[in-house]
Design a protein around this ligand. Structure first.
Ligand SMILES: NC(=O)c1ccc[n+]([C@@H]2O[C@H](COP(=O)([O-])OP(=O)(O)OC[C@H]3O[C@@H](n4cnc5c(N)ncnc54)[C@H](OP(=O)(O)O)[C@@H]3O)[C@@H](O)[C@H]2O)c1
Length: 265
């Protein structure tokens, strides 16, 4: 994909080695973007780079980094700036879950989650957005969750960090109107990926239909390209995300808590 100056466009994807993030990278190489793949494990990234480079013309750069490290966003920005790589699309996707009562859960993991979901995601936008606004072009996509719409007993930090991202993304989408830069928030429901292993490895007991990572990524990718702000894939998820408007906050939190306990407890 080339810009008006015939330069190849570049997309940066976090959590690119599996699940929804991997499916985004496939869509991007199919559309001839050059890509910066970021994830924790270098082995998986090397494998993906090799397989994409065998099949597509895109240039693939990999950065293996733990994004829960407070210095990670700045290190990525500095590395890319030094190499004069500018980012046209930023996909803030990396994330994981933690299940359990707040009295029982592990603070180190929760701290990592807050760093990853909140701090690194926000700082990446802070660092790359200026250039996008100067060029009057750019796209930012956040992957939140239907969990972003409710307080989540037994997943309290997860829901709270996703709620932060949802609110932050919608706010800057509004600020950026007319600048040429768009912000999209993709809020999936249950999706078949490696995510469930991060919340105790148990499959949810409630037999809500799973979405495929391919379908969720395709939905978000399309919404991002059309500049849509809120993107909730699937009718049931749309209803779930909006049902809270018809309940008191207390009632909604109670229902979410009961469902979580039944699902994973
Ligand atoms: N799957 C669902 O049901 C669901 C529903 C709603 C929202 N989401 C959201 O969708 C996004 C993508 O998740 P997914 O479902 O595709 O799960 P996934 O298959 O586990 O993919 C997440 C990727 O992010 C990486 N990652 C996690 N922590 C990281 C860190 N500190 N630094 C760098 N990379 C890190 C993971 O690496 P490792 O595997 O090495 O840890 C993994 O490759 C997440 O933000 C998640 O909250 C998922």
């Amino acid at each position: 994909m080339k810009d008006e100056n015939n330069m190849q466009k570049v997309a940066l994807v976090t959590g690119a080695a599996s699940g929804i993030g991997y499916e985004f990278t496939k869509l991007l190489v199919e559309d001839s973007y050059n890509i910066i793949l970021i994830d924790k494990e270098s082995d998986k990234l090397i494998e993906i780079k090799q397989s994409f480079e065998n099949e597509y013309d895109s240039e693939i750069k990999i950065i293996a980094k733990d994004l829960s490290n407070p210095s990670s966003a700045k290190e990525i920005y500095d590395e890319l700036t030094q190499q004069q790589i500018r980012i046209d699309i930023l996909i803030n996707n990396a994330g994981f879950g933690i299940f359990g009562k707040f009295t029982d859960t592990n603070w180190e993991e929760e701290y990592e989650m807050i760093q990853l979901h909140v701090v690194t995601s926000t700082l990446l936008v802070k660092l790359f957005l200026k250039g996008m606004v100067e060029r009057k072009a750019g796209k930012i996509l956040f992957v939140t969750s239907v969990a972003a719409f409710y307080p989540g007993p037994f997943m309290s930090i997860y829901n709270a960090t996703k709620a932060y991202l949802q609110s932050f993304a919608e706010a800057i989408a509004n600020e950026l109107k007319g600048t040429g830069v768009t912000v999209t928030v993709l809020s999936p429901g249950l999706t078949k990926t490696g995510f469930q292993k991060t919340i105790g490895g148990k499959e949810p007991k409630i037999n809500q239909s799973w979405a495929s990572a391919v379908k969720v990524a395709q939905y978000g990718y399309k919404a991002m390209h059309s500049g849509r702000v809120i993107a909730i894939p699937g009718f049931l998820n749309y209803i779930l995300a909006n049902a809270g408007r018809f309940l008191t906050r207390n009632a909604a939190t109670n229902i979410v808590g009961k469902l979580q306990k039944k699902n994973k407890g």
